[in-house]
Design a protein around this ligand. Structure first.
Ligand SMILES: O=C[C@H](O)COP(=O)(O)O
Length: 249
């Protein structure tokens, strides 16, 4: 982590939670007091109102896990960036591998979603990452570069306003974490690619995601180009999420 970039830790609740369960989690996060790192939670759409209300006077930000490319209209089931902005969302995750895999989201669609979010003042957290087969075939660099390139092209002069999350697909929810060296190597590649597109690349936040836990967060976040994490499972336990936030400071 660079001394010039402020760390960011984002919890991706995925499709978990209920009013009652969220209430306990949010209360525990709030009662922890000031956090040494910027933190946010990205929650299922139905709970945006709940987090907007419960986190209103807290430094913890919130956001969603997906956004439509469309502004409005006959798009059943879709949620626009303007709607997310209505709830005070600061972030939205786009291009998570689970959406790329289960909803066939293309690089172009992901890029358009990032653009739609930025147009409404919401920071897109753009996920990139290779599958195990791609890593074993030596394709990691080509895959993440291709995924990021589409977003760079779509965002043009706004490139520096996104957050990028490197999430090796084989590390998500598996307990297999990329080694700090593996993660740093990809982050360095991504930052170099961003530097070719934006003079502000050195200020951009690049997060690592994939089985980040309290016991491995510090060493991952200590890498030169890793500025925090996108946390799945561990973000559902207040104690673990808070420990990961503290490891980012
Ligand atoms: O968005 C978060 C990632 O998919 C990581 O999930 P995980 O921490 O459960 O491996």
């Amino acid at each position: 982590m660079s001394e010039t970039r402020q760390p960011l830790v984002v919890g991706n609740w995925k499709m978990h939670g209920s009013h009652a369960v969220n209430e306990q989690l949010l209360e525990a996060l709030k009662s922890a007091g000031p956090l040494p790192a910027e933190a946010a939670v990205c929650v299922p759409f139905p709970y945006l109102a709940q987090v907007a209300e419960r986190l209103a006077r807290s430094p913890i930000g919130w956001g969603a896990q997906d956004v439509s490319v469309h502004a409005q209209g006959a798009y059943t089931g879709e949620v626009s960036a303007a709607m997310l902005a209505d709830f005070g969302s600061r972030y939205v995750i786009v291009g998570h591998s689970e959406r790329r895999q289960y909803h066939a989201e293309s690089d172009t669609l992901v890029a358009d979603k990032a653009k739609a979010a930025l147009a409404k003042g919401i920071t897109p957290i753009v996920c990139v990452g290779e599958t195990l087969a791609q890593r074993e075939a030596g394709e990691t660099e080509a895959v993440v570069k291709r995924q990021l390139s589409a977003v760079i092209h779509a965002l043009a002069h706004c490139v520096s306003e996104m957050v990028v999350a490197y999430e090796p697909v084989w590390a998500i929810g598996t307990g297999l974490t990329a080694t700090p060296e593996q993660a740093q190597a990809v982050h360095a590649l991504l930052r170099a690619q961003l530097a070719a597109a934006s003079p502000r690349a050195a200020q951009m936040k690049l997060l690592y995601g994939g089985s980040v836990k309290p016991d491995n967060a510090k060493i991952l976040f200590a890498q030169a180009d890793i500025d925090g994490g996108l946390i799945g499972g561990a973000s559902l336990k207040a104690e673990d999420f808070l420990a990961i936030c503290r490891a980012a400071a």
